[in-house]
Design a binder for this molecule. Structure first.
Ligand code: HEC
Ligand code: HEC
Length: 227
């Protein structure tokens, strides 16, 4: 039962993402002379979403995408494909959070794409310097855990992710902790089973150590993220 429902959902999501995500790719492939006029408006919606982000999202996620609100993820440096997937999951009630479910509920597909493309233009912003220097033993343990459990395999050696895999280096520690525990308890169901499988057998205290390590991982600021 559950398996087939998940499968049906995955198919629906894949169909949806096919419509939304390949916009960039399509644009790239059909850029023959003459079609410039049709593609030109791309800049205008971008600035419209910059404005809407400032009005609707910045209060929680920060004007530059670096959230200062507890349990609220930084969006700066996040990838368009990942962001649109999550907005889709919130809208469809597959990822539950009171604030975000309300925000995503009324979004049209174009809105989700507009916000996600705008998010992808926000360069990564390092967290504010911590009050105390990182505990080197805990950092070493976090590094070992990230190797052992193959976090680096999907999220990259610098944890910057790519495409549907989120950037996690320099993310807020409270949010990382919360969301890793939610993957483990299946309160957060991912777009795929990747994270449930990755954290399923990791003890809670090791998840906390991973959150500690990832939140303090140095972020190269100013690099525009890939999509
Ligand atoms: C009232 C506060 C609030 C507002 C307003 C808000 N968000 Fe969020 N957002 C959150 C919280 C909290 C989460 C984390 C939810 C969770 O823990 O599952 C989140 C998660 C997200 C995520 C997933 C990020 C990730 O790393 O998984 C995206 C994308 C996002 N928000 C985009 C937006 C956009 C776009 C807007 C404006 C249209 C917006 N949010 C407005 C609070 C807010
Ligand atoms: C097989 C690939 C894979 C592995 C291994 C993996 N991840 Fe992930 N991770 C993903 C994907 C894909 C997502 C997006 C979640 C979804 O499916 O909606 C994700 C999401 C996350 C998120 C949520 C980020 C956010 O902004 O909400 C965190 C945190 C995370 N992973 C940490 C880890 C850690 C820590 C490990 C190692 C214990 C790990 N991941 C191993 C693929 C992987």
């Amino acid at each position: 039962m559950r398996g087939s429902r998940t499968l049906a959902f995955t198919a629906a999501a894949a169909a949806f993402l096919w419509v939304c995500a390949p916009a960039g790719a399509q644009q790239g492939s059909k850029s023959t002379q003459g079609s410039k006029a049709a593609e030109a408006p791309a800049a205008a919606p971008g600035s419209a979403y910059a404005q809407r982000f400032a009005q609707l999202c910045a209060a929680c996620h920060g004007a530059n995408g670096r959230s200062e609100m507890p349990n609220t993820p930084a969006l700066s440096g996040q990838h368009s494909f990942y962001a649109i997937t999550q907005l889709f999951l919130f809208r469809e009630g597959r990822r539950a959070n009171e604030a975000m479910s309300a925000v995503a509920k009324g979004m049209k597909d174009d809105d989700m794409r507009g916000f996600s493309d705008f998010i992808a233009t926000l360069p990564p912003v390092p967290p504010p310097p911590p009050a105390t220097p990182p505990d080197s033993a805990r950092m070493a343990r976090g590094k070992a855990l990230a190797q052992e459990h193959k976090c680096v395999f999907c999220h990259g050696a610098d944890f910057s992710g790519g495409q549907q895999v989120p950037r996690i280096g320099g993310q807020r520690e409270d949010y990382l902790k919360l969301t890793l525990h939610e993957f483990k308890s299946a309160k957060r169901v991912g777009y795929t089973m990747a994270m449930a499988e990755a954290v399923g057998r990791i003890p809670g205290e090791d998840l906390d150590t991973l959150a500690y390590y990832l939140a303090r991982f140095p972020v190269a600021s100013g690099t525009t993220p890939t999509k």
